[in-house]
Design a protein around this ligand. Structure first.
Ligand SMILES: Nc1ncnc2c1ncn2[C@@H]1O[C@H](COP(=O)(O)OP(=O)(O)O)[C@@H](O)[C@H]1O
Ligand SMILES: CC(C)(COP(=O)(O)O)[C@@H](O)C(=O)NCCC(=O)O
Ligand SMILES: [K+]
Length: 279
């Protein structure tokens, strides 16, 4: 089995993948701030022959995790952002400073769609762009839904936005504090994604495929006006692309990869941008 780890600022996600069949056997998540120890929440390491890690948590979390795993597993791959990989050229002035989750998401999406806007809705919401040809432009970082809510300190942090709510409901004026906060931050997040996507496509003169991932991707998706795909395993896809272990991975097939809907035309993107600027 391959153990894939995606350690974010809030949750450490894991999944076990069968080397022979390339199937995902199990998955789970633990809070990152709690010490990460194999146990009831974590799979049995006896069956693991290789580990692949993406981590944006404190250095210490990664160090401890790697130390622990090296004792038990022969092969431990830790992903790092680099200047160029798999046809993508990192847009950061200092490539090593780009969050590795952003880098892996961009690599996976570029492999799948040839060019992309990737949106990772986790503790932070990150938006990255890769042009046809592989130039990563850099991106945007804003607080995620949960962080925005916590920063208001209105005692609403434990009331999550129901991911099944309709966008129309979430965009209506709130009639109590929880609603007002939830709808406010929702509006902030989806407006930013819609606007940034439109601005960058306009600027670069290309309608890019749009892909979403992260714990809040489903709910953010409801407010995105243009065609897009949800890919919960996008960061894992980057690990597969960087450190292929199975026959399917070596052939470039990324697990759980979605169908990518054709983006709307650049003319439409520009028209909607012009309209929003009138308001
Ligand atoms: N069951 C859940 N437990 C915790 N957070 C969740 C859950 N479902 C959705 N979320 C949302 O997902 C976010 C975490 O998403 P994730 O992509 O795992 O973030 P990160 O990679 O930063 O750890 C939380 O901030 C929260 O808003
Ligand atoms: C921006 C992030 C905090 C997002 O992390 P996440 O929300 O997935 O936990 C992470 O990608 C990170 O630490 N990046 C380093 C800074 C940068 O990308 O510029
Ligand atoms: K994120």
């Amino acid at each position: 089995m391959i153990l894939d780890l995606d350690i974010g600022n809030t949750l450490s996600k894991w999944r076990l993948k069968d080397v022979a069949s390339s199937e995902i056997r199990s998955r789970g998540a633990v809070w990152t701030r709690e010490e990460w120890r194999p146990g009831s929440d974590i799979p049995d390491l006896d069956v693991v022959s290789a580990v692949r890690i993406s981590s944006v948590a404190r250095q210490k979390v990664l160090q401890e995790t790697v130390e622990l795993l090296r004792h038990e597993v022969g092969l431990v791959h830790v992903a790092r952002p680099v200047r160029e990989s798999l046809g993508v050229v990192n847009g950061y002035d200092e490539p090593g400073r780009l969050g590795v989750d952003r880098w892996l998401g961009a690599l996976a999406s570029y492999q799948l769609a040839g060019a992309c806007c990737t949106v990772d809705c986790g503790s932070a919401i990150t938006i990255d762009f890769v042009l046809p040809g592989g130039r990563h432009l850099g991106g945007y970082i804003l607080p995620g839904l949960r962080l925005m809510k916590e920063s208001l300190k209105l005692g609403t942090r434990n009331v999550a936005i129901d991911p099944d709510s309709e966008a129309d409901e979430l965009l209506a004026p709130g009639r109590n504090t929880v609603e007002a906060v939830n709808h406010g931050i929702y509006m902030a997040a989806v407006s930013a994604v819609n606007r940034i996507y439109g601005e960058v496509c306009d600027r670069e003169g290309v309608a890019l495929p749009l892909l979403l991932t992260g714990g809040d991707a489903r709910v953010v998706s409801r407010g995105i006006r243009v065609p897009h795909a949800l890919w919960p395993d996008m960061v894992y896809g980057g690990l597969e692309a960087c450190f292929p272990q199975t026959a399917a991975e070596r052939a470039g097939r990324l697990s759980g990869a979605p169908q990518i809907p054709a983006p709307v035309s650049l003319e439409k993107i520009r028209a909607s941008l012009a309209f929003s600027m009138l308001l």
